[in-house]
Design a protein around this ligand. Structure first.
Ligand SMILES: [Zn+2]
Length: 441
């Protein structure tokens, strides 16, 4: 289904459409300031800079950023809870934390000015994705320490839309609210959008019964195929947005309606791409690990924060008129990357292949086992009811066909198992795409 692209405006044209040379000038001025602040206010950082032999006076041009040490999640854990803060707590008006799957979470704080910045960068991508003050926004992110719910909430309010803070979970109730309140914009993770579409179908609610026209999906990586699925199942225009709590939360970047890469709010967040193994800069169009330096944050400024997310950067201008560099969809997290028999595998690559084939559903899981010394990858994917009721022979043919496609793409033999609809666990937040059953080393 080809949909007509909705209209959109520009929230902050002064900064979003800034001449590139003026933007670079602004960035270097802000970079110098942030390095000075960290040197003066955060002993942990001063120590890190001393170790590599750099002082604030060494930072004169943007390329000098490469002299600065990287910051990692481990640094923030060592600073738990407030040691990385550059302001006293009485200047902090909000605290969030990122969900730590292992060990302690990382704690982030916001001053009043940080909250303004955050609200405005979220408003930027919402407006870029078509939101106006006439919209009714249904937010199905969880509200809590996770930055997704509150970040989107404040940004959408700033645009002047009517915001419904539904929160996560209770999926049937979500559908009733979407229907009864006439929501026009949906905010959630892409995998939850697909799940909602499935629940809707079960309740006999059709896309036509809803007024949804645009959707903002973030907090996990998703493929172009997944976008097409969401757009056709919910009959809306879907854009991707990106952020992480350490950098600010959602709002670091977001797509415009050309759906061709996410515009980075470069006046606030300076991007670099590095090789995750050597930490050296890479050709941004070839791809690498994304690294951000915050240029304006007060409470917890970060220098060269390693996001672990893999993407490319696009420097060429966008037809929408915004001048910032765009980042591609995240192809994976270097943390999530599976290494199977020496081959790097990202779940999103597998997703592309699976959803290309008629009859598969966007619910899948990668299961890795170890048999003797060999790792084995099994890909489980749901197929629609009509396919599943087909004769076994046909199902096996489909499995073999998917295995061939995966082997072509990955250079790795993987077993494919087609499973019945609704047998793979659903998530109300980020989907669990990988089950790694290998013994921990
Ligand atoms: Zn654009």
């Amino acid at each position: 289904m080809t949909k007509e692209r909705p209209q959109s405006a520009i929230w902050d044209s002064e900064h979003e459409c800034m001449h590139i040379l003026a933007l670079r000038e602004l960035q270097i001025e802000r970079l110098k300031k942030v390095v000075k602040t960290l040197w003066n206010k955060v002993p942990y950082y001063r120590q890190k800079m001393k170790v590599v032999g750099v002082t604030p006076s060494d930072i004169k041009k943007l390329e000098d950023i490469q002299k600065l040490p990287f910051t990692t999640k481990d640094d923030l854990r060592l600073c738990f809870p407030y040691e990385a803060f550059a302001v006293p707590l009485d200047k902090v008006i909000r605290i969030h934390a990122s969900s730590g799957t292992t060990g302690k979470p990382t704690v982030v704080g916001y001053t009043r000015k940080d909250m303004e910045t955050w609200t405005n960068v979220v408003a930027r991508f919402l407006v870029a994705g078509g939101l106006t003050s006439k919209d009714i926004v249904h937010i199905a992110f969880s509200y809590g320490l996770f930055t997704g719910g509150f970040g989107l909430h404040y940004g959408a309010e700033r645009v002047g839309a009517s915001v419904i803070p539904v929160g996560a979970g209770r999926s049937e109730r979500q559908i009733s609210i979407l229907k009864d309140f006439g929501s026009t914009a949906l905010v959630c993770t892409p995998s939850y959008a697909i799940y909602l579409a499935e629940i809707m179908q079960g309740m006999g609610v059709k896309p036509d019964d809803l007024k949804l026209r645009i959707g903002f999906f973030g907090a996990e990586s998703w493929s172009q195929r997944m976008r097409q699925e969401i757009e056709s199942k919910l009959d809306l225009f879907a854009t991707d947005n990106y952020g992480l709590s350490e950098v600010i939360g959602p709002g670091v970047s977001g797509e415009c309606l050309y759906q061709n890469g996410m515009h980075i709010s470069e006046d606030h967040f300076y991007p670099e791409l590095i090789d995750p193994d050597t930490c050296q800069p890479v050709d941004p169009t070839k791809g690498g690990e994304l690294v951000f330096t915050t240029l304006t944050k007060e409470a917890i400024p970060l220098i060269r924060y390693r996001t672990r997310d893999i993407c490319t950067l696009m420097p060429e201008p966008c037809p929408c008129g915004r001048t910032s560099r765009r980042m591609s969809k995240i192809s994976g997290r270097s943390d999530d990357m599976l290494i199977i028999r020496g081959v790097n595998v990202f779940p999103s690559q597998v997703e592309e292949v699976l959803l290309e084939v008629k009859g598969t559903l966007p619910h899948y899981q990668l299961v890795v086992h170890r048999e003797g010394v060999l790792d084995r990858l099994e890909v489980r994917v749901e197929v629609s009811e009509e396919y599943f009721s087909d004769e076994m022979k046909k199902l096996h043919e489909m499995e073999r066909m998917l295995e061939r496609k995966l082997e072509n793409l990955l250079g790795l033999r993987a077993g494919v198992k087609l499973v019945e609809p609704k047998t793979i666990e659903r998530s109300e937040g980020k989907a669990k795409r990988v089950l790694d059953m290998r013994p921990k080393e």
